[in-house]
Design a protein around this ligand. Sequence first.
Ligand SMILES: O=C(O)[C@H]1O[C@H](OP(=O)(O)OP(=O)(O)OC[C@H]2O[C@@H](n3ccc(=O)[nH]c3=O)[C@H](O)[C@@H]2O)[C@H](O)[C@@H](O)[C@@H]1O
Length: 457
Amino acid sequence: MKKSSNSLPADMYLFDSPKTLQNPLLQHREVRSDSHPSTPGKAKMERNNHFGDVQSRSYNFFFVLCVSLFILMAGAYMLRSEGPSVEKKFIVRESESSIPDIWRSQAWQKSVRESCHVKREDGLVVLVTGAAGFVGSHVSLALKKRGDGVVGLDNFNNYYDPQLKRDRQKLLDRHGIFIIEGDINDAVLLKELFDMIPFTHVMHLAAQAGVRYALQNPHSYVHSNIAGLVTLLEQCRRANPQPAFVWASSSSVYGLNTKVPFAESDRTDQPASLYAATKKAGEEFVHTYNHIYGLSITGLRFFTVYGPFGRPDMAYFSFTQNILSGKPVTIYQGPNKVDLARDFTFIDDIVKGCVAALDTSEKSTGTGGKKRGPAQLRTFNLGNTSPVTVPTLVNILEKHLKVKAQKNFVKMPRNGDVPFTHANVTLARTELGYNPTTDLNTGLKKFVKCPTLEPSA
Ligand SMILES: O=C(O)[C@H]1O[C@H](OP(=O)(O)OP(=O)(O)OC[C@H]2O[C@@H](n3ccc(=O)[nH]c3=O)[C@H](O)[C@@H]2O)[C@H](O)[C@@H](O)[C@@H]1O
């Protein structure tokens, strides 16, 4: 089996300077807007009694027609615009005439090219989607620091505080990584980009994350995790050369599977959340693109990734904020008050898995949309292999924060959560040389001591 040729030293890429707990990053809040567009007002009907029967009947017919049309249009509008503002920022260009001037500017093109500049022999040229996100920013830095060419793509949506994404962007910028502000659904932008840069690899990490938020805004999951994925795959299969494609699936695809630890060959046809369903759908789509177009594809099932500069919507982060500000934390429990457990996986281990997946990817076999032969198709669990209960997570945080938490235990709502996750990583160990080394205690200590990469500017 091929091993990663460029394994990363444990501390090579991030978090050089420990920070205090007063770090502003801990103040990053979720800013999802739950405001849905207001429902159209009710049509008010007033009959005119002066009309005769015929006139009255045709009036009624006309009126019913108008009301029906109105309801249809209102329904269409609501379907189109339902959900919080996360979705409203998306730009989906349909023709080249809508390309903004900035993409044609020399400065923009220079930024993209310089960012993609390779500084080591046989270095990769990687498009990282979701580069301003948690995993995306860490992976981008790791690649850049070893001499690969990296350009990011991110739509900076406001699922959580976009300032955190801007802070990550600033850091990446200081390391010579340019992040293009755009959406993976923007086919015109993608074409422009691929025409300019012959990417060897795509590291696709842009997604609508979060298990429970899918109850509030299902469409944003379909938009990013399905439509966006397909738009990107369409571009990749047309590209010449076709890049190898590595992307983030999720442990959530195991859904109601009870066989532990979860192995890649276990059932994934019982998703418990809409988020999981979109990730599972993604796995089916990539299979098709591999089969028809010869794209080399590797899917990585991440298990509850945590660490510095992480996502404020996740439990370890929001619990930390609450504990520090004296607010209670809500701890869900399963049936019979069973504690929930997660195979929490530290970001450094995940980054090594991602980089190894890129390094061991074979080339795609197609050119310009035509398959020339069978291409590599792989799926790996990237977990920690030792699940920890949520109350234990809170205990560890209390210890490192030196603050007692106010704990509210509540019955797990029907929100798409699963009772536990536990990764079997035998396959990743064998084929990627993946070897998670950070336990939750050590990882949370790093998170608490160093919640951001560097002092806020
Ligand atoms: O592994 C994955 O695939 C998924 O991991 C996380 O999802 P989750 O495991 O639900 O992570 P958290 O939101 O941090 O929740 C961790 C645990 O804390 C629990 N929790 C969460 C929030 C809360 O207020 N109380 C609480 O007890 C959850 O039920 C869960 O058992 C990520 O949010 C998903 O984007 C990712 O894909």
